[in-house]
Design a protein around this ligand. Structure first.
Ligand code: PLP
Length: 354
């Protein structure tokens, strides 16, 4: 079935003005955006239109009650020119899980992927070629009822924006274990990729930034005893040669596509890997005893981001030198290489956009 999308091309492309050697994350938008409205209980015909401002009624319910969800994906151009997405079915599934939690209408998973592909195909000239660069994709949905009252909106807008981007973090990150503020509580919305989770993280993160850290390591909301995730990344540690990551059984941790791939890859390679609760005490003790040999964040924006320092109760621990990190180096190299086509994609994760 061919997807019916109405397209209107811009007469004034901004492509010639782009400085490809300087691509700040999330600030440069491509010429077009995809948009699809939901009304009368059904999704309407999608459109690709020139990128530009939306006009909103100040009574728009998203502005007041926060029914808003987003996803983050990347399109990469392989060395042979093929354009691929990385495991887009996981984003489509997570998007719908978030929609259910926030009382928003789901989008058929195949339609979600087809719309993302259509936007990337339309904007393919914007995909950077340099290493560590990509076309970042931001699908999102928000409520569009003009109504002041707490109830699910009856109308929504789904959109896909695209941004050529360079590396998210320019250097290995330093993170602080947070024992007061909470990102997500059991029974809450931590597992949904909804805007309010990020708004709530800003103040505690600002305080950590003032202390010189890039990010926080969130701990569980009940006892602040177990590590959860960090900024826009899930956490992976190597202690005593075992790859460890907090389990996603609770509904407080976002199910990361990259973290899932790290675990799948470790299993595929026959490396020891455990998804379980990991206590702060266990991590701090392992660092003190030199048993923690690797630590990194896993997420679409940063991919594999080595953690250089961990702060805890006023102490700052320097972790082993990044060059010595066998596990994260091997995983990052593999993920980069299957995307650029430098090695075989044995697990079939890269989905081509034709
Ligand atoms: C809170 C949070 N945790 C983890 C992640 C990593 O998820 P993924 O690997 O799917 O990008 C993200 C980014 O999407 C995030 O926003």
């Amino acid at each position: 079935m061919t997807l019916a999308i109405k397209t209107t091309a811009t007469q004034n492309s901004r492509l010639p003005s782009i400085d490809w050697n300087h691509l700040p994350f999330g600030r440069i938008f491509t010429d077009h955006m995809l948009s699809m409205d939901y009304r009368s209980g059904a999704w309407q015909t999608p459109e690709i239109v020139p990128f530009g401002p939306l006009s909103l009624n100040p009574g728009n319910s998203t502005l007041h009650y926060g029914q808003s969800i987003f996803e983050g994906m990347k399109a990469i151009r392989a060395k042979d020119g093929r354009i691929t997405l990385f495991r887009p079915e996981l984003n489509a599934r997570r998007f719908n899980e978030s929609c259910v939690r926030l009382c928003m209408p789901e989008i058929d998973e195949q339609l979600f992927i087809d719309l993302v592909k259509a936007q990337v195909r339309f904007e393919q000239d914007w995909i950077p070629n340099s290493p560590d660069s990509s076309l970042y994709i931001r699908p999102f949905i928000f409520a569009t009822d003009d109504f002041l009252g707490v109830r699910p909106s009856e109308t929504y807008k789904f959109m896909v924006l695209t941004c050529p981007v360079g590396a998210y973090y320019a250097e290995p990150v330093s993170v602080k274990i947070e024992e007061h503020f909470t990102r997500a509580a059991e029974g809450g919305v931590g597992r949904a990729k909804t805007a309010g989770n990020y708004a709530a993280s800003l103040y505690p993160t600002k305080l950590a930034n003032n202390e010189g850290f890039h990010q926080l390591i969130w701990t569980d909301g009940k006892e602040h005893k177990y590590i959860e995730e960090s900024g826009t990344m899930n956490l992976v540690l190597v202690i005593d040669g075992v790859i460890l990551t907090p389990s996603e059984d609770s509904d407080t941790i976002l199910r990361s596509v990259v973290k899932r791939s790290v675990v799948d890859l470790a299993k595929h390679w026959g490396l020891p890997v455990e998804e379980r609760r990991i206590s702060v005490d266990e991590v701090v003790q392992a660092i003190r005893e030199g048993r923690l040999t690797d630590a990194f964040g896993a997420g679409t924006a940063a991919t594999i981001a080595p953690i250089a320092k961990i702060g805890f109760r006023g102490e700052v621990f320097d972790l082993p030198a990044v060059e010595t990190r066998a596990v994260s180096k091997r995983i990052k190299a593999y993920l980069d290489d299957i995307k650029t086509g430098e090695c075989a994609d044995e697990l079939g994760w890269c989905v081509e956009i034709r």
